[in-house]
Each structure stands twice: as structure tokens, then as C-alpha cells.
Design a protein around this ligand. Sequence first.
Ligand code: PDD
Length: 285
Amino acid sequence: MSRIAYVNGQYRDLRDASVNIEDRGYQFADGVYEVCEVRGGKLVDFPRHMARLERSLRELRIEMPMTLRALDVVMHEVVRRNRIGYGLVYLQVTRGVARRDHPFPLRPVKPAVVVTARSLNFSKNQATAAHGIGVITVPENRWPRVDIKSISLLPNVLAKQQARDSGAYEAWYVDGNGEVTEGSSSNAWIITTDGRVVTHPIGHDILAGITRDVLKETLAALQIRLEERPFTPEEAYGAAEAFVTSASQIVMPVVRIDGRTVGNGKPGPISMRLREEFHRFADFS
Ligand code: PDD
């Protein structure tokens, strides 16, 4: 089956879909994106993703490309046309097309919109979670506004590749205070030996993950204690459990950090429980 993308007003076969080479997304990474999980053909936590999109656009002074209602229709239509049961839908909005020049275009241009979707392998993801993943720590080298979900992801790409080259799955950034901020494409969490769940507080130095947000509600409902505070790699090495969260992985247990075993080296019971319970607290549309 051919894949269908939405590109600036049209649904196109992915093979024929293209954007202008003077799109500022292509030339300056001048744009933002969102990734939503798709389950049972439905978008997970779509309203929260749209609220974050609006915020990212506002911070970069890019116009909303269309109404929220229209975006809702387009994103659901891309999922439907690609017959995604379980997978991801990707939305990218860039400032638009203009002759290459650093400042914003003098005459306003229409923001460019691309939506794609793809299936994920559910059994494979479950198998990965059953084994748990390894992470490495790397120095924080991103700009100080990573709360904006910008498509400018070169440091994230390099950190992720460094992780893969060393046999790990994800890289955790460690900032100038020696504290873990987040992963290259996920939020970072540990669970202390007395059962407290710890993650970095929201600020300009991490992305406010939608999965993180919903997991906070999951923790509250399950009466598990949450501490939003930074933690160091050393604290993480000695933690009972660790995990990462993102739209594509939901709760993914971490069993190795910088080559050191976390807990007994198996996915922890609280992490696995949170993975199982998460979607009870998520919104489906
Ligand atoms: N990544 N931190 C970073 C740097 C991320 O890129 C992501 C998401 C998250 C988690 O956010 P959420 O729970 O809203 O997915 C945290 C997406 C999935 C990606 O880049 O593919």
C-alpha cells in the first residue's frame, strides 16, 4: 500500500510529495513539530499536542497555519488514509517559503504544513519493553530553549547516534550542574529505592512531554509519589528503576545507564505497571 502525506493543502502519494527548496524549514530548521501516538486508529492526547503546538508557534512568532478544527480533520484523515491502527502521526509547521535570508520574510508568507503517518510494530515495542533499554549520558549541548518543540534537532540526532554506536538506545543530557535534563527524544525518570518517582521539573531546559504530563496524572491516581526535581547520573546508577517517556515509547524501562546495571537489570515493576496503566488516563480522539 502506498503511503499518503498531506502537504500544503493536498493529500499526495509520499513518492510524489515534495516541498519547495526555499522552505525555511529546509534551509534554517525554522519550524516546529508534533508527534502523536495512534492506538486503535485513534489519536492519543491530541488536544494536549495541539496546545503545545500553539505554544511552540507563538514562541517563534509563526502563525497557526489553519484552524485547530482543520488540523484535527487533516491529521485524522492522514491516519485514516494510511490505515494506521497502531503507529505515529507527525505534523510539521515551518515559517514558509521565502528567498534565503535570515530575518523573517518582510512580506508575510503562509506557514508550510506537512503531515505523515506510519505504523509501528506493537509486538516489537512490547518485546523491547520486556527487556528494557540502555542509556548513556552525554553533555548538554543544545540551545537554552528546548521547551520549544523545534525541528532543529542536530544535537539530538548526534546524541542518539552516539547512544546507538555504543550499543545503547537513548542518550540522557547532563547539564552544567551535573544533572540529567532529559533524553534526546524522551523525558528521563528514575524511581528511588523507597518508591518515589523523580523527573526534572518543567522549564526552558526540557520539553514538557505530553506523555510526562499524562503520566503525572497516572501517578496521582495510583497514589505513587512524584518528585519534580533534577537528579544526577550517580543517583540514577543507584536507583531502583529508571525509564523514559515519549509518544512513541510511552513508558520504556531503562535497565542500564552508562554500562551500569539499574536495579536487578530487569524492567522494574513500577515502570511496567505505569506502562500498562498509562492509556487508562490518556485521551483518545
Ligand atoms: N520526541 N524530550 C524530547 C527532546 C523529545 O523529542 C520528546 C518527544 C520528549 C517527549 O515528549 P512527548 O511525551 O510529548 O512525546 C521529550 C518525539 C516523540 C520525537 O521527536 O519523535
